[in-house]
Design a protein around this ligand. Structure first.
Ligand SMILES: [Zn+2]
Ligand SMILES: [Zn+2]
Length: 197
């Protein structure tokens, strides 16, 4: 998938939240001219990311826009939805981002994810997750969702990984990401020399 400009990302972010956008809304968001707004709509439609409507842009039925957590394009096969109290449906690219995003959206009414084997929608709270298997179609460490525990276990037997229920998966992925961050940003936050007493 081609790279999006920051402006196109911005448009898609809002599109993901609202489902559709008018030219006026795009102009308001980005401060661009009418002609440029039409050109961006054209570009996004041609790239197959969104579809053109008479007055602007709407999401493709199969694509849920950009992930609310990592901002990559949402793959309809892995999508994880978080229903908000105001009725807004936010989409994460996969269960990895969905579970992490739940920590920041504690008011989520319901979370829905996709069965990795069958493509059917699942209540995320009742799904089973395989963490860190060798199959990583989206974010790392990989998190794949399954409706049946036996499917998750069989999958992990073949492709590795740890089978977790919803609560454990949510905790584990947060932990794995914080470890990952300390590994990669050793020098981070507090002033200097955390090791010298
Ligand atoms: Zn994501
Ligand atoms: Zn992802």
């Amino acid at each position: 998938m081609k790279n999006l400009s920051p402006r196109q990302q911005k448009i898609l972010n809002l599109l993901t939240q609202k489902g559709d956008l008018t030219i006026a809304e795009i102009r308001q968001l980005t401060g661009i001219s009418q002609a440029t707004a039409y050109r961006e709509v054209q570009t996004l439609a041609q790239a197959g990311i969104a579809q053109k409507t008479p007055g602007g842009l709407s999401l493709l039925p199969a694509i849920a826009g950009l992930c609310l957590h990592c901002h990559r394009l949402v793959n309809s096969r892995l999508v994880f939805y978080l229903e908000q109290p105001d009725g807004e449906r936010r989409a994460a690219c996969c269960a990895h981002c969905g579970l992490l995003a739940l920590n920041h959206l504690p008011n989520t009414q319901q979370a829905t994810t996709t069965d990795f084997l069958y493509g059917s929608f699942l209540n995320a709270a009742h799904a089973w997750y395989v963490l860190q298997s060798t199959v990583a179609p989206c974010c790392q460490p990989s998190v794949l969702a399954f409706g049946q525990k036996t499917d998750a276990e069989r999958f992990a037997t073949g492709f590795g990984g740890q089978v977790c229920d919803f609560t454990t998966a949510q905790k584990q992925i947060a932990l794995l990401m914080s470890l990952h961050q300390t590994e990669h940003h050793e020098k981070s936050s507090t002033n200097n020399s955390p090791h010298t007493p």
